[in-house]
Design a protein around this ligand. Structure first.
Ligand SMILES: Cc1cc2nc3c(=O)[nH]c(=O)nc-3n(C[C@H](O)[C@H](O)[C@H](O)COP(=O)(O)O)c2cc1C
Length: 263
């Protein structure tokens, strides 16, 4: 619920103007909240008097407004982003992981549900890899996958197992990345948007990422995998490998022309 500090409010009406739900009116020179809302926080963000607070939120968490993005540099960075499939054997520092989570947390969500769950596996990655490979091996041997995992994955699993038996072994699922992130959410779009911000934050911190559709479906092989991740009741829509790139690109990659309709 949104609260207005009557001592601070000067009745300027900025909160009412910016309220998506027309949920704020000005009465006797004070903002008045009409009913519960989706708590988007615009009223608090726009208030010059810091008169607005939201119950259940840490208002001290708010920071002064600042967008410092140079358009051409941003575009060049987006163009230079690459899927990273080779990683240095180096862990990601805790403060960098924290920034990745913050980049996801501040992403837009439909109806402001803020429902994303971020599962970051680094410390116990070896345990997780072992569990995953056990299930992949089983699927490759039996030639079956449970409902929810696409049947074409059986052939992929056979290939992944063979690659892992090569000398030197190729881990097609984890690619030696030191960390894996799963993003569960109410909707695939919420998870995907958070993922894109996280990938950009990864790049800004000298890290790289790979969206890993194969690994994301692989956690459907056995309920113990989702349980272990804390995702037994959540749908994971994104899986990303994360780490320091062990590859250097000298230019951007070519792209098809944009399919765009101008009116
Ligand atoms: C949803 C999604 C799933 C992906 N899954 C995989 C994957 O399982 N394995 C892989 O090597 N690349 C995967 N990719 C990476 C794409 O192959 C890659 O983005 C594309 O080839 C373009 O290369 P770029 O990202 O370097 O521009 C995935 C990308 C997306 C967006």
């Amino acid at each position: 619920m949104v609260r207005i500090d009557q001592n601070r409010c000067v009745g300027c009406g900025l909160c009412a103007e910016d309220c998506i739900a027309a949920n704020i009116i000005i009465q006797n020179n004070k903002a008045v909240i009409q009913r519960p809302c989706l708590e988007c926080g615009h009223c608090a963000a726009v208030c010059p008097q810091q008169a607005v607070s939201l119950e259940d939120y840490d208002m001290a968490d708010m920071e002064p407004f600042s967008i410092a993005l140079e358009p051409e540099e941003l575009l060049r960075s987006i163009k230079s982003r690459r899927s990273i499939r080779r990683y240095q054997p180096r862990k990601i520092e805790a403060e960098k992981l924290q920034r990745l989570v913050q980049a996801g947390r501040y992403t837009a969500t439909a109806k402001n549900t803020q429902s994303c769950r971020f599962v970051l596996v680094q410390e116990q990655l070896d345990t997780f890899k072992h569990m995953i490979w056990q299930q992949v091996q089983k699927a490759a041997e039996t030639g079956t996958v449970p409902d929810g995992v696409p049947s074409y994955m059986v052939e992929q699993y056979k290939r992944f197992v063979a690659l892992r038996q090569k000398e030197p072994p190729v881990d097609y699922l984890f690619r030696n990345a030191p960390a894996v992130l799963f993003i569960a959410a109410n909707t695939p779009v919420d998870a995907a948007l958070a993922a894109q911000n996280i990938e950009l934050m990864a790049i800004a911190q000298g890290l790289g990422a790979l969206y890993n559709g194969f690994l994301n479906c692989t956690i459907g092989l056995d309920p113990t995998l989702k349980q272990w991740l804390g995702l037994e009741d959540n749908a994971s829509y994104v899986c990303m490998l994360l780490g320091y790139p062990d590859v250097h690109y000298t230019s951007t990659a070519p792209r098809k022309p944009a399919d765009v309709v101008w009116r």
